[in-house]
Design a protein around this ligand. Structure first.
Ligand code: SAH
Ligand code: SF4
Length: 391
């Protein structure tokens, strides 16, 4: 028997019953096809795509009614068939140093974190590509969480858009081309949760939207994708995204890297370095960043530094030394500042720029390897408080 239709159903907002596709995250081609499918004449589709694209990604407009260069008919049609939605910001924390951390909810109730780090005349957004991670790097807290799912392209570009919302960085409609001054959100690093190269297509489509000159228009050199070393996808990253590359290197022997970054057992140091040597964009002006987490007594000796110099030979590289961000139960501790400095000196003497990453936003636990997990811990402790109080 068919369930009776209750008046309730009719009062549910349309978007919740209709399951309409979200325009955010569609490539230009997909958007054009979607417009044709709802009856927009093919000869107009390219122009309409361009108009809608600019509203969404240049002006940051989400309401079809405000897209004033489209006819009323088209606006109504769009509203009938599509939504424009970003992931929902659940909490927003601002650190004493200006770092902002957003906990963001995506479809299915999963949560990921996005971090904005302001710097002099620029600002970097650290974006997540997966909920959790299938890899199990032993120093990374994300690695202890099971992968829940890949983010969609819309959820990835949505992180950039919600940060621009919060920074109030969309130009005012009707004011020409918008602010040409230094951008608050000028750079993107794919260094949040997840392994971006295990979600290649969605990351690629999202970054193409971000780079598109008629929208957010961030240049490809303002985007850095960090990978643990998914060798077969490295060449594609250059060809299909063209962004800068960072590699979670972290060790100078296969024996140690096998433990720290277990994907090394599949593609070892030599194989990885060969792929990096061929990275078409690895010229001197677009060097590959080698991320190297400093773990006390594990990978931080002078011998490691010298070996690293030898391994990097022939690759335009810079090294980013990351003081280990400790998390409860972590099997490692952070190298001392003196050790990190000594390591950096050896690299510098060999001609490698090797900045030591200053921890930012520590008071809100916005650091690498702590994303999301810290929030979970906070929740747990709140739950503990409740149970201890016998509530
Ligand atoms: N999965 C990708 C990108 C996300 S991790 C990758 O592994 O490259 C971003 C960077 O943070 C990586 O270099 C990772 O090795 C590093 N990282 C993870 N946990 C960390 C921790 N606890 N302390 C310092 N760096 C960490
Ligand atoms: Fe995954 Fe990167 Fe963490 Fe390794 S370091 S577990 S690849 S997020």
């Amino acid at each position: 028997m068919k369930a009776p239709v209750t008046p309730d159903v009719l009062t549910v907002p349309r978007k919740e019953v209709a399951d309409r596709p979200n325009l955010i995250g569609m490539t230009r081609d997909a958007l054009r096809d979607a417009l044709i499918e709802i009856g927009i004449p093919e000869r107009q589709a390219k122009m309409r795509t361009g108009q809608i694209w600019q509203w969404l990604y240049h002006w940051g407009v989400r309401d079809f009614a405000a897209m004033t260069n489209l006819s009323k008919d088209i606006r109504a049609k769009l509203a009938d068939w599509f939504t424009v939605e970003l992931p929902e910001v659940v909490t927003r924390q601002v650190s004493g140093d200006g770092t902002r951390k957003y906990l963001v909810r995506i479809a299915g109730g999963h949560e990921v974190e996005v971090v904005y780090i302001p710097e002099e005349g620029r600002g970097t957004l650290c974006v997540s590509s997966q909920v959790g991670c299938t890899l199990t790097c032993s120093f990374c807290h994300t690695g202890t969480q099971k992968l829940v799912r890949n983010l969609t392209a819309g959820e990835i570009v949505g992180q950039v858009m919600l940060a621009r919302d919060d920074l109030e960085e969309w130009p005012e409609p009707g004011t020409g081309t918008g602010d040409k001054g230094p951008r608050l959100l000028s750079n993107i690093v794919l260094m949040g949760m997840g392994e971006p190269l295990y979600n290649f297509e969605n990351v690629r489509d999202a970054m193409r939207i971000v780079m598109d000159g008629e929208g957010i228009a961030l240049g490809r050199r303002r985007i850095t994708l960090s990978t643990s070393g998914v060798v077969p996808e490295i060449a594609r990253t250059a060809q299909e995204i063209g962004c800068l590359l960072a590699v979670s290197f972290h060790a100078t022997t296969d024996a140690v890297r096998d433990v720290l970054v277990p994907i090394n057992k599949r593609w070892n140091i030599d194989t990885l370095l060969d792929a990096l040597r061929d990275y078409p964009k690895a010229t001197n002006s677009e060097r590959i960043t080698f991320e190297y987490v400093m773990l006390d007594g594990v990978n931080d000796s002078d011998a490691d530094a010298h070996r690293l110099v030898e391994l990097l030979e022939g690759i335009p590289a810079k090294v980013n030394l990351i003081p280990f961000n400790e998390w409860p139960g972590a099997p490692y501790t952070r190298s001392s500042n003196n050790r990190i400095r000594a390591f950096a000196t050896i690299l510098m003497q060999a001609g490698y720029a090797s900045p030591i990453r200053t921890p930012r936003g520590e008071d809100i636990m916005a650091a690498c390897g702590q994303l999301k997990s810290a929030t979970e811990r906070q929740r747990k402790s709140r739950a503990q408080i409740v149970s201890e109080a016998g509530l």
